[in-house]
Design a protein around this ligand. Structure first.
Ligand code: SF4
Length: 400
């Protein structure tokens, strides 16, 4: 496929692996911030191939995973009310709240509509003026512009039956929280390319100056990830601490200014609770006062949503440790036994960007034995000892 194959080329991948190995004089600890990167690293066998050379800690960049239980419970409660429809992306459906998932609630008669964009939810509200439509606005800086646009569209249409349950979070404050943690082990970051496409990379300058760690922006294809790892190790080996953009085909220094303007117009930066982290200062967005009429929490009279229910959760799920990089998913006692994608105990097992889901699908160390089925989905192996020849590998790339 044009523009993609060159970033999945097995020969280039193996050269990069060899270069990473020859450059590293010690086992450096890197964190890939985004769940999409985690899936790429596992899916293409990069994590296991480089395990002896680099420790990859999986970061909190899965927006579904860090959505507080309280927000999920509130969405479920709204879906059970008369004349209220909750509109959501499909990846929130099976995420457990404190007792149920939205899917369970729909099975029990709750009103839930899967949409593919926030504007679909606006259209839904237009078509059903007798119903209150609440869009569950989950995501990082990448999705906030689209929900901001939905709010402006609803305002233009003078809709009184559209609102947002806002759970938008910002990546960089979470990275700061990780670096400030006394048990932090991260020596360099692979920053999320899609977030930087919106935000740009200029804001990382101050971060690098303050924490003295390399920040390398990457895409999600195997060559992107390997180049990012190599750049981190080169910086670490030579004592440099810089922001480096290895995803220049998508990310610019300033980012997408139009998208940033939309977000600034509709939202303000606010303290936000992250599941597994507690409240992170400036960790998310809230609607500006001019747009509070579109705030579902205000409209439905739910006061202090986030202070009423436990943020960290009380379940056996160890998502908090997984999201903070303290626990490898396969080390969770429930992994693959009590917790599977079919019967998840926590969001990281069911989200498409969840670290537990990535290990369940792709890692040979995982349980149960039928994981071997998933291994056939692995797109390329970067191992020089792989039995796949280049032509087989090049055509065997699975499309995510
Ligand atoms: S394997 Fe399941 S129970 Fe364990 S941390 Fe992951 S999502 Fe939670």
């Amino acid at each position: 496929m044009k523009y993609v194959d060159e970033f999945r080329d097995p020969t280039t991948a193996r050269q990069l692996v060899a270069e990473i190995r020859s450059t590293a004089t010690q086992r450096w600890v890197l964190m890939e911030v985004c769940g999409g990167q985690t899936h790429g690293l596992l899916r293409h066998g990069i994590e296991s191939e480089l395990r002896d050379t680099v420790e990859l800690i999986h970061g909190p960049g899965c927006p579904v995973c860090v959505t507080p239980i309280a927000a999920i419970d509130f969405a479920q409660e709204l879906a059970m009310r008369d004349n209220v429809v909750v509109a959501s992306f499909g990846d929130m459906l099976r995420v457990p709240g404190s007792r149920n998932s939205l899917l369970n609630v729909r099975g029990a008669g709750g009103h839930l509509k899967i949409v593919y964009s926030p504007l679909d939810a606006v259209t839904l509200a237009q078509r059903h003026p007798d119903q209150q439509v609440v869009f569950f606005a989950v995501g990082f800086e990448t999705t906030a512009p689209a929900t901001a646009l939905a709010v402006l569209q609803a305002e233009r249409l003078n809709l009184k039956n559209f609102s947002l349950l806002v759970s938008h979070v910002r990546v960089q404050p979470a990275m700061e929280g990780l670096m400030d943690s006394p048990d932090n082990r991260v020596q360099a970051f692979l920053a999320a390319g899609h977030v930087c496409t919106i935000t740009g990379i200029a804001s990382y300058d101050a971060f690098v100056r303050r924490y003295k760690v390399p920040v390398v922006v990457t895409g999600f294809e195997p060559i992107d990830l390997l180049e990012g790892i190599l750049e981190c190790i080169r910086q670490l080996e030579t004592g440099r601490k810089e922001v480096s953009n290895r995803y220049a085909r998508s990310v610019s220094r300033a980012g997408n200014l139009s998208a940033q303007d939309l977000v600034t117009q509709v939202y303000e930066v606010d303290d936000r609770p992250w599941r597994g982290f507690g409240t992170i200062p400036c960790g998310g967005y809230s609607l500006r006062s001019e747009y509070r009429q579109f705030d579902a929490e205000k409209r439905f009279g739910h006061v202090s949503l986030y202070s009423q229910l436990p943020i960290l959760g009380v379940e056996v799920c160890r998502a908090a440790d997984v999201l903070a990089g303290r626990l490898r998913p396969t080390a969770c006692p429930e992994f693959g036994t009590g917790c599977t994608p079919e019967s998840p105990l926590g969001a990281p097992m069911v989200s498409s960007e969840g670290a537990c889901a990535a290990y369940y699908q792709y890692d040979s160390a995982g349980r149960p034995p039928d994981l071997s089925q998933s291994k056939s989905d692995k797109s390329i192996s970067v191992s020089p000892n792989s039995s796949s020849d280049v032509s087989t590998v090049a055509t065997g790339v699975s499309k995510k």
